[in-house]
Design a protein around this ligand. Structure first.
Ligand code: SAH
Length: 243
């Protein structure tokens, strides 16, 4: 697959990350979706410290071992915690602006690349995907591609730690009955676009996946999914390993 790095003029999140890093504050990072009302992503949240992280995130960090690949590392919050604990981490992002900030923040191995670009390779014991890490897969139909890529990148015995959410609560009535259009595709497939100041990004698919669906695709593609922990709002942490 062709490499797909973001251009600075189309990378609102990267611009917000650079502003926040350089000035200690940033403007509004606006989030649009055909499925939701306009929303905002707090930029300081991308710079959260270990103390500010959720229990699920801290659990994921505690389970990292060996060589770690932090996928979609953003401002590098997880990579920096792991590095401070003496671990060997490669932080990966398609945003050159974010990668530059990660390097300036002290991430030793920060790399500009698309996870799905198989012209680069590596061997990792842990692949970390956090903050609805399944999002990067984009759509359910890309699950086989994702698992194939994980087979290329994982060492024998290695695993993926990924968090996600079951969006069923968006479609449930008060009695917990789900009202979804089964012809409309999987209910966790979202589309977003972002804007920061006058920098607008292209729309992108972002996948939220419930654990049963994730397990099904894992099995179909030669992986095993384990539910490691559940959060307070339909969110969970999973481990995916070959087997
Ligand atoms: N994990 C970070 C940032 C999450 S935001 C945190 O928890 O704070 C998601 C990040 O994934 C963005 O920085 C975006 O540029 C990056 N990203 C999106 N698609 C990607 C891909 N295909 N390969 C690598 N990084 C990607």
């Amino acid at each position: 697959m062709k490499s797909r790095l973001l251009e600075n003029e189309r990378d609102p999140m990267g611009q917000a990350i650079r502003d926040y890093f350089e000035k200690g504050r940033a403007g509004r990072l606006r989030v649009f979706s055909p499925q939701f009302d306009e929303d905002e992503m707090p930029v300081d949240m991308l710079f959260r410290s270990e103390k500010q992280m959720s229990a699920l995130e801290r659990k994921a960090l505690s389970l990292c071992g060996g060589r770690v690949l932090d996928v979609g590392a953003g401002a590098g919050c997880h990579s920096l915690v792991l590095q401070a604990n003496g671990m060997e981490v490669t932080a990966l992002d398609i945003s050159p602006l974010s990668v530059e900030v990660m390097r300036r923040r002290g991430v030793k191995w920060a790399r500009e690349a698309d996870l799905f670009d198989d012209s680069w390779t590596g061997c990792f014991d842990t692949v970390l995907m956090l903050m609805n890490g399944s999002g990067i897969i984009g759509r359910l139909e890309r699950m086989p591609l994702f698992f194939r890529r994980m087979k290329q990148l994982l060492s024998p015995g290695g695993y993926v730690l990924m968090d996600s959410s079951d969006l069923r609560y968006l479609y449930e009535d008060e009695d917990g009955v789900m009202d979804i259009d089964l012809n409309a595709g999987y209910y966790g497939e979202m589309e977003f676009s972002m804007q920061y100041k006058n920098v607008k990004g292209d729309p992108f698919g972002w996948l939220y996946v419930d654990f049963a669906t994730l397990s099904y695709y894992a099995q179909e593609n030669g992986f095993r999914a384990e539910l490691l922990a559940e959060g307070e709002h339909y969110d969970y942490l999973a481990r995916l390993s070959v087997g």
